[in-house]
Design a protein around this ligand. Structure first.
Ligand SMILES: Cc1cc2nc3c(=O)[nH]c(=O)nc-3n(C[C@H](O)[C@H](O)[C@H](O)COP(=O)(O)O)c2cc1C
Ligand code: SF4
Length: 389
C-alpha cells in the first residue's frame, strides 16, 4: 500500500530488510525525476507548504556537484509529534528520500538535523544509517538541532551547521544559492523526503498526510490521514472531542484558531485548506475544550512564541514581547480597552519586519485569536483560583 506508515507495527524502527522487502530497492532515478516531482505537486511538510519540485529545480540549477541535502527533523513545534514518529518507525523511507535527492541534485553531503530531545528518532535514524551501504554512509553527518522553536527554520539550520549558531539569518541569499558552507543546499522536512521516496517508486505521492491531534481529545497523537479526511473525522479517530469543543487551532502555533463548528467539515488537505485561507502547516490540529479559557490559552502561546524569538530583530523581539504582555494583562487582570487597541495596532507593526517568518506566524495566530475569541477578549474577567485550577 502506498502510504507513509504502512508496514510493521509502529513500535520501533523498521529494518532495511523489511523496508526493502516491502517496497523493493531504492529506484535509480536521474535528473528527470525533478519533472515527476513538479508534476506530483508535492508541497513541503515542515510548515511553509512550499512546492518541493520548485526547490529541487533551483538547487539543481546551482549545483556544480557540490550541493548539500539537509534533512530537517528538528520538529521544534511543541505539539507536533509526526516527524519524530516517522523517523522512529520508518527511518529508511526518510533516508531513501534524502539519498534520492543527493543523487538527483549531485550532492556531496547529506546532513541529518534532528531535534536534540528526540532521542528515539535520532537513535532510529542512526541505526538505519548503519544498515546502509558504505557509499551512502560516507555522505552523511548528523547534527543535534537545539531545542528552540526557531532552530528548525531553514536558515537557522544552515547557520548552526556552518557556524554553530542556531539563529535564522537574512534571506537572500537563499539556501539554494548559498547554504551550508556556502554551497547550494536543499532543506527538506523528513515527511516531505518520505513522500519523495514513494513518488520515486510509484510516480505519485501517497495522497496522505501525517497530522498530530493535540489538546482536548482522549487519545492525542499522530494519524496518517487521506486528503478526504475532515477535521471532524480525525478528531473522532483520536477519540472525539473530550469536552464540548470551543475552537480548533489548525496548523500549529503559526496556524489559525477557528470556531469548532466551522473547522469540523474542513478537509485535511493542503490545497483544500488553502482555499479557505488556512494552512496545514506542520500538521498540528489542536482542540480547545469549551471549559478552557481561550484568552489564557492565547496568552500562554504568545508568551512562548515571544520567548522563542532569537532577539536579532527589534520588531520581533520587542514587538512579540509587548503583544504577549498585553495578552497576559488581559488574561490576568481582565479586559482593558487600551490593551485591546494596542493588540490591533502592534500586530501591524510587527508583521513582515523580521529576518524570518517567526513574527509573521505569531501575528497570524494572534489575529485569528482576536477574531475567533472576539467576545472573550472584549469582556474577559480574571479567573478565580478555583476556576483557573
Ligand atoms: C520559526 C520557524 C521554525 C521552523 N521549524 C521547523 C521545524 O522544526 N521543522 C521543519 O521541518 N521545518 C521548520 N520550519 C520550516 C523550514 O524553514 C523549512 O521551510 C522546511 O524545513 C523546508 O522543508 P519542507 O519544504 O519540506 O517543508 C520552520 C520555519 C520557521 C520560520
Ligand atoms: S524575526 Fe525574530 S526569530 Fe526571526 S531572526 Fe529576527 S529576531 Fe530571530
Amino acid at each position: 500500500m502506498n502510504s507513509l506508515l504502512a508496514g510493521p507495527p509502529l513500535t520501533g524502527p523498521e529494518s532495511l530488510a523489511s523496508h526493502a522487502g516491502r517496497l523493493g530497492p531504492m529506484p535509480a532515478v536521474g535528473a528527470r525525476f525533478i519533472d515527476t516531482l513538479v508534476q506530483s505537486r508535492i508541497a513541503g511538510r515542515g510548515g511553509a507548504g512550499f512546492p518541493a519540485g520548485t526547490k529541487w529545480q533551483a538547487v539543481a540549477t546551482h549545483s556544480r556537484g557540490d550541493a548539500v541535502v539537509l534533512v530537517n527533523g528538528a520538529e521544534g513545534e511543541p505539539q507536533s509529534k509526526k516527524d519524530r514518529l516517522l523517523m522512529s518507525t520508518r527511518p529508511h523511507l526518510v533516508l531513501d528520500g534524502a539519498f534520492i535527492a543527493a543523487r538527483v541534485l549531485r550532492a556531496r553531503r547529506v546532513i541529518l538535523y534532528i531535534g536534540e530531545r528526540h532521542r528515539a528518532a535520532r537513535a532510529a535514524m542512526l541505526q538505519a544509517l548503519a544498515e546502509r551501504n558504505e557509499t551512502e554512509r560516507r555522505l552523511v553527518s548528523e547534527h543535534a538541532a537545539p531545542a528552540r522553536y526557531v532552530a528548525g527554520a531553514e536558515s537557522a539550520a544552515i547557520h548552526f551547521i556552518t557556524e554553530g549558531v542556531a539563529t535564522p539569518t537574512t534571506m537572500p541569499p537563499y539556501p539554494f544559492e548559498r547554504g551550508v558552507d556556502g554551497k547550494p543546499t536543499l532543506v527538506q522536512n523528513v515527511e516531505t523526503l518520505a513522500q519523495v521516496a514513494l513518488i520515486a517508486r510509484y510516480g505519485e505521492p501517497s495522497g496522505t498526510s501525517l497530522v498530530t491531534i493535540a489538546g482536548g481529545v482522549p487519545r492525542p497523537g499522530v494519524l496518517e490521514v487521506e486528503s478526504t479526511t475532515t477535521i471532524a473525522d480525525a478528531v473522532s479517530l483520536a477519540g472525539g472531542a473530550s469536552d464540548q469543543a470551543r475552537a480548533v487551532l489548525v496548523g500549529g502555533y503559526f496556524g489559525r484558531w477557528m470556531e469548532a463548528r466551522d473547522a469540523w467539515p474542513l478537509r485535511l488537505d493542503q490545497g483544500s485548506l488553502r482555499s479557505h485561507g488556512l494552512a496545514l502547516g506542520c500538521g498540528v490540529i489542536g482542540v480547545l475544550p469549551a471549559g478552557r479559557c481561550p484568552v489564557c490559552e492565547t496568552a500562554g502561546i504568545m508568551r512562548y512564541l515571544a520567548g522563542e524569538s532569537s532577539a536579532q530583530c527589534g520588531p520581533c523581539f520587542f514587538g512579540l514581547r509587548a503583544l504577549a504582555d498585553a495578552c497576559t494583562r488581559i488574561a490576568e487582570h481582565g479586559t482593558n480597552r487600551d490593551d485591546l487597541q494596542r493588540l490591533d495596532r502592534w500586530t501591524e507593526d510587527v508583521r513582515g519586519r523580521g529576518a524570518c517568518r517567526h513574527p509573521d506566524g505569531a501575528v497570524i495566530f494572534l489575529q485569528s485569536a482576536l477574531q475567533t475569541f472576539g467576545r472573550e477578549f472584549a469582556g474577559h474577567r480574571p479567573h478565580s483560583a478555583a476556576e483557573a485550577a
